[in-house]
Write a protein that binds this ligand. Structure first.
Ligand SMILES: Cc1cc2nc3c(=O)[nH]c(=O)nc-3n(C[C@H](O)[C@H](O)[C@H](O)COP(=O)(O)O)c2cc1C
Ligand code: SF4
Ligand code: SF4
Length: 262
């Protein structure tokens, strides 16, 4: 089968995974592109990908595929469809997320032909304590494009598309245990908030709303701590104060580089 279209599927609250997916797609050289952005689509209708080259990109949360991404990826339906898979992490480590994404893809009917790990600005990064600030940068995007090119070259050489050539990627089985996370959410600095409502629109899990006094309130049980509201608030009115920021800044500031597996 000759493929001419990429089908991007991503979950990306702070848009780093989306950027990587787009650069991988650019590198394939395919003219046609379909995008399924699962960040703002909590519906459960199936997404069938049969005749396109799939590209999946998701963030790493606690060394695993981000839970909401995992849940939303279950809508995908492939039929021995080739897939390029990528996880994006905040310069600490991706641990078992890549192998988990590989297995998820296979379980949904896809054949992962190429895998990559990329670095995105950490959700908890702050100007005064940066962690991978500004990434993916130009070098990362160029590497993502080169990865897309290499994946297509590999695809052209494959004669059969099945799981017999299981792509080897780092990670453990069983995967790292998912520990229950303590409910918490960013707070709003009322003096800076203009009640523009942007954070309500951007929250992937609908955790934010106006209360009866017209002030922003956040449900900590629904909040995934993705920090999209913190990064996008035009008035810097949202703050997520976590001790992890200082820990990450102190221990994981040394630049890590993308890795690819073909
Ligand atoms: C709850 C949570 C857990 C995270 N866990 C990790 C991790 O284990 N390792 C890591 O390097 N980055 C971790 N990150 C950072 C994200 O993987 C990183 O910022 C990524 O670029 C976010 O992707 P997005 O921009 O597509 O939303 C975590 C972020 C959040 C919000
Ligand atoms: S985006 Fe910022 S200013 Fe707008 S409603 Fe949310 S917290 Fe307030
Ligand atoms: S309220 Fe929580 S889940 Fe919603 S955008 Fe902010 S950090 Fe993300």
């Amino acid at each position: 089968m000759k493929y001419t279209t990429t089908h991007l599927v991503y979950y990306s609250p702070t848009r780093t995974s989306a950027q990587i997916a787009e650069h991988i797609a650019r590198g394939t050289g395919f003219v046609h592109m379909i995008e399924s952005d699962l960040t703002y689509d909590p519906t459960s209708s199936p997404i069938s990908i049969q005749d396109e080259l799939a590209i999946f990109a998701v963030p790493v949360y606690a060394g695993r595929v981000a839970p909401v991404a995992r849940e939303r990826l279950s809508r995908l339906e492939g039929s021995h469809t080739p897939a390029i898979i990528a996880v994006v992490y905040g310069n600490r480590h991706y641990e078992d997320a890549l192998i988990e994404l590989r297995d998820l893809a296979i379980s949904r009917g896809f054949v992962p032909i190429a895998a990559g790990t990329f670095i995105g600005e950490h959700s908890y990064s702050r100007p005064e304590m940066p962690v991978a600030a500004g990434r993916p940068d130009q070098a990362d995007c160029e590497q993502a494009e080169f990865f897309g090119k290499q994946a297509v070259e590999k695809l052209a050489k494959l004669t059969v598309l099945d799981e017999t050539a299981l792509l080897a990627v780092p990670g453990n089985i069983p995967y790292k245990e998912v520990k229950p996370s303590t409910p918490a959410a960013p707070v709003t600095r009322k003096e800076l908030c203009t009640a523009c409502g942007l954070c309500i629109e951007l929250c992937p899990t609908s955790a934010i709303r106006f209360d009866q006094d017209g002030e922003i309130e956040t449900d900590p049980v629904l909040c995934t701590k993705c920090c999209a509201c913190v990064k996008e608030c035009p008035n810097q009115a949202r703050v997520f104060d976590t001790p992890y920021t200082a820990m990450l800044h102190a221990n994981f500031s040394a630049r890590r580089e993308p890795e690819i597996f073909l």
